[in-house]
Design a protein around this ligand. Sequence first.
Ligand code: GTP
Length: 545
Amino acid sequence: YPVERIRNFSIIAHVDHGKSTLADRLLEITGTIAKTDRNKQVLDKLQVERERGITVKAQSASLFYDHKGVNYLLNLIDTPGHVDFNYEVSRSLSACQGVLLVVDANEGIQAQTVANFYLAFEAQLAIIPVINKIDLKNADPERVEKQIEKLFDIPVNECVRISAKQGTNIEKVLEKVIEKIPPPQFNTTDPLKALVFDSTFDHYRGVIANIAIFGGEIQKGHKIVSAHTNKRYEVNEVGILTPDEQPTHKLYAGQVGYLIAGMKEVTEAQIGDTLFMYKQPVEPLPGFKSAKPMVFADQTEYNNLKSALERLTLNDSSVTVHRDSSLALGAGWRLGFLGLLHMEVFNQRLEQEYNTSVILTAPTVPYKAVLSSAKLIKEYGNSEITIINPAQFPDKHSVSEYLEPTVLGTIVTPQEYIGKIIVLCQDRRAVQKEMLYIDEHRVMLKYLFPLNEIVVDFYDALKSLSSGYASFDYEDAGYQAADLIKMDILINGNPVEELATIIHSDKAYATGKFLCERLKDAIPRQLFEIAIQAAIGKKIIARET
Ligand code: GTP
C-alpha cells in the first residue's frame, strides 16, 4: 500500500459511549472478522475487561477497505478507556493522524470526552465527531451536536450520527475516515524510525511490541536499537494485527504493526520508546516518559503471590514493585500504580488469572520534601526527596518545604447538582479553575485537586450526590507546596507504625478523631482500659478509650 492509501486512526470516547461496539462494526464491515455474536468486542481481550466493560490494554487492527474502487489500508489503533492510562492514550494517538470522537446521543459530552478531545487536539489530529446510540428512545443528537460545536468549535454538519449496536451509518464513518484524515507523511527511504505504542508479553514468544513506522522499513534479520535502553536486538518477526498477529515480509513507513525481537521483559519495550537501525541513529520521537506511579499500596505475601506478581508485571511495565515488610502484616510488596482503577484492575487480574488472594492496604500518594538540613541532603544525595512510606517522613525542622501531587479534574454534571459538587470539592481542598455551561442544563467544572483527596472515595462521593449523573476525569498537574504533617496512632502510649499517615494539617483533627473512633470499634473489647490516641509529634489531638 502506498502511503496515500493508508489511514491511521483511533477511537476515543467516554466510558460506555460505544467505542468497542463501533470497533467491532468496523472490523465486520471490512470483513476483518465474521459477523457472529461470538465476536462481540473482539478488541477487548482480558477477562477483567469483559467483566468491567472497560478497555485496559489497547488492541489494534488493520482493516482493508474498498472505497470507490480504490483499496485502502485502515489501521485502527485502540486506546485504553480510563484516565489512569492517559499517557498510553497519548502515545497511541501519536501513531495516528486522526480520531473518531464517539459521544453517546443520550448522555452527551462527559468529562472523559473533554479530556480525550484535548489529547487529540494537542496532537494536531483530524477529529471526526461520531454521535452514537441514535436508536435509543431518549437520543437527542441535535443537542449533542450543539454541545460539540460550543465546546470544541466543530461545525454541526461534520458530525456523523450512528447506531453502533444496530450497524446504522457505519459505512459513512469509513468514508469520513478516508476523506477527513490525512495519510501519514512518512518516507520509506528515510532511516528507520519506529514508535513503540504498546507491548504485551507472550510466554512462548517473549515481548510483542506494537509499533508505528515513522520512517524507513523493517524486516526479519534487521539489527535495531532502543533509544531508551540503548539495547540492541535482531528482528525475528514483523507483521500486522488483524487483530491477531499475522506475519508479513516487511513493515513500511506509515504502517502500524507488531515486532518480535528477543526482548524478554516489557520494560525493554517501553511505551513511547523509539527504535532505530543499528548504526543509523535518529532523533527519538518526542514525548517519551517512563511510567510514573501515583498510587501506592502494600500487598502481603500469600501462597504463590511472588511468581504471580512477577508474571503479571512482565505484562505491565507501569507497575513498580518493591519488597517491603511491616510488623502487623509481615512480608509483602509496595506496589506503585498509575491510579486507583489501575490498582483495582491489577488486583483483580492477580486473583482471576493467577488464583491468588491478597490484602491490599489503603493507597497513598508520593509526597516530596525539600530538605534544609545539610546532614540529610548529604545522606540522601539530593535536596529533594520523595516520601512514600510515613516512617520516612522527615521532621519539619530539617525541611524547608513539603510538596504534594495535584491533578486538574474535569467534572461534567447536570446543573441541579452544582451546589453539592462545589461543597464536595471545597471539602477536598480543591480550587476552582473554570465553570462553563455546555448547554442549558449541563455544566463543566474544572478544579485543581490534591491527589490524595481523590484517591480513595471522591469518585463514589461524586456519583452518589449526583445520582450517578456527574462524570469525572483528571490529568496530572504537578506538585504544590502543602502544610503536611505525620500523624501517629498510639495504642497504650506506643506508636503503631502501620497506622501512621501523612496528611494535610487542615485535616489532622478530623482524621485523628475519625481513626480513633474506628479503632475503638475495631479493637476487641478487653477487661482493662486501652488508650487509643492520635498524635502529631508529642501533641495528642484525639483520644478514645
Ligand atoms: P470502554 O471499553 O469502557 O471504553 O466502553 P466502550 O466505549 O467501548 O463501550 P461499549 O462499546 O462497551 O458499549 C457500552 C454499552 O453501550 C454496551 O452495553 C453496548 O451494547 C451499548 N451500545 C453501544 N453502541 C450502542 C448503540 O448504538 N445503541 C445502543 N442502544 N447501545 C449501544
